[in-house]
Design a protein around this ligand. Structure first.
Ligand code: NGQ
Ligand code: ZN
Length: 463
């Protein structure tokens, strides 16, 4: 790929909105230069002009790609007498996960990633636990399923931080794994072998980063957790560690019964949690835990539409942000694949809770604050040079359609407010990742081919 240029009348730079910005994009997909006030720049005359304001693409820090194919299948009452909950949903999810073969995972992930790109996500953190064959045995290549996921990301063009999941027990205190969990299981050696194989295979690919995801405190022993983090950081000291931490109140109660501590408290007391960590669904925290997570530099991985869908609870966002906490967003179960819907529901949860408006504004525009914070937190959690327009960062960008009805007459932060709160008809017009145009005029280049493979996977699964 040769280098290229792009000229934007308005663009969101790290220091704020700028005018007449010239992007110089290297053949490697990195930004070679970002020049504001470039109306008189010699390259200006030949550079294509973006059809609207240009903003960084959003990192999606938490995805279980296969769940895109079951979105909408669990929204009806279950067995009479059973109260529908996160845990009954999980049974249905396990039954679905138990049937998916490698080709289907790849087809579903490619479809999910194309939908992400069109909505404005340009990178994904794939929290991947569907490792083994239907009977729980490793595939001939133990990295088969991971490679399918990475192949889907490559085919779609989205950047990926692949987070193989460590899963070893059915619940706190060494509870045996359940049959529905057999595809997820590893011992420490097998797990680190997988991490090594993936890290080596993709070491030189700027679109791929490898980290780990101990699934939850429910699913690993303290020894395994420590061993996996130690093993990872001995190999790659900056690699990210993601964990589901305190999503359901039952999980908090079970952790208390097991250890005398709440999950976030246990984690912070036991592990050295720092900026390499992403605590997904840190939903249930005391005031003290909230302050401690904020002070740790870790990213809170928030997935408001999934957290609402599963009846998790509401994250203490006001206290967390007041304490300087960092967050990013994820589409998790993919009941929604839209960054603006995540950000909107993050704010709306707080408005409903506190019965106030503009709760997370930080004194300015809510949309701008949330979008910018989620760019920074998402980039940190995915441990790739993304989320900002600066030399050396990836050329991952969105062109917002300046002629979309909700964008007319808006500039600067007002544009982000309109995008987050009123962008129901997607105003993302064009999307570039790693210097390549993937979406143009709202159309993903190979959309029909990806959809055809998804359609046949759904037909096979009989979903
Ligand atoms: C997951 N999803 O791993 O897909 C989980 C459900 C669990 C969310 N937590 C399984 N949203 O947590 O045990
Ligand atoms: Zn999850």
């Amino acid at each position: 790929m040769a280098g290229s240029t792009l000229f934007a009348e308005q663009a969101l730079l790290p220091e704020g909105w700028a005018s007449d910005v010239l992007f110089e994009i290297g053949a490697d997909g990195d930004l070679a230069a970002v020049v504001p006030d470039a109306a008189a720049h010699p390259a200006r005359r030949t550079a294509p002009v973006a059809a609207g304001p240009v903003i960084p693409g959003m990192p999606n820090l938490h995805s279980h790609a296969f769940q895109r194919a079951m979105a909408g299948l669990t929204e009806r009452a279950g067995k009479a007498g059973d109260e529908d909950s996160f845990w009954t949903w999980r049974q249905l999810m396990y039954a679905f996960a138990g049937r998916i073969a490698p080709g289907e995972v790849e087809a579903i992930a490619a479809q999910a990633y194309v939908e992400m790109l069109k909505a404005g996500y340009t990178a994904v953190g794939e929290f991947h636990y569907l490792h083994h064959d239907l009977d729980g045995r490793a595939y001939a290549n133990p990295a088969e399923m991971s490679e399918r996921i990475i192949a889907a990301a490559h085919a779609a063009g989205i950047g990926i931080t692949h987070l193989p999941v460590l899963y070893a027990q059915g619940g706190f205190g060494g509870e045996p794994p359940r049959p529905g969990q057999r595809r997820f299981l590893h011992d420490l050696d097998g797990f680190l072998g997988l991490v090594d194989a993936l890290s080596q295979r993709h070491a030189r690919d700027p679109q791929v980063r490898v980290g780990i995801a101990p699934h939850s405190l429910r699913a690993v022993t303290p020894e395994l957790l420590a061993g996996a983090v130690r093993g990872l950081h001995a190999r790659d000291r900056d690699a990210p560690v993601h964990i589901h931490i305190a999503e359901q109140t039952k999980e908090v109660d079970d952790c208390l019964a097991w250890s005398g501590k709440r999950p976030v408290q246990w984690l912070l007391d036991t592990m050295q949690v720092d900026r390499r960590w992403c605590l997904v669904h840190a939903t249930h925290m005391t005031g003290d835990e909230t302050k401690r997570v904020a002070a740790s530099g870790a990213v809170a991985g928030l997935c408001p539409t999934t957290e609402a869908n599963l009846g998790d609870g509401i994250f203490p966002a006001t206290d967390f942000l007041a304490a300087g906490g960092r967050f990013g967003i994820g589409s998790d179960s993919h009941i929604s694949v839209s960054p603006v819907e995540e950000l909107r529901w993050l704010e709306y949860g707080q408005r409903l809770l506190h019965r106030r408006r503009n709760v997370l504004s930080g004194g300015g525009s809510v949309g701008a604050r949330l979008y910018r914070a989620a760019l920074a937190g998402g980039a940190q959690a995915l441990a790739r040079p993304i989320g900002r327009f600066a030399t050396g960062a990836r050329a991952d960008l969105l062109v917002i359609d300046k002629n979309a009805p909700c964008m007319l007459g808006k500039t600067g932060d007002a544009l982000l407010d309109a995008f987050v709160f009123a962008g129901n008809v997607n105003p993302v017009r064009d999307v570039m990742v790693g210097g390549k145009w993937l979406v143009q005029e709202r159309h993903y280049l190979a959309e029909e081919a990806v959809f055809a493979r998804f359609r046949s996977a759904i037909a096979t699964l009989g979903a």
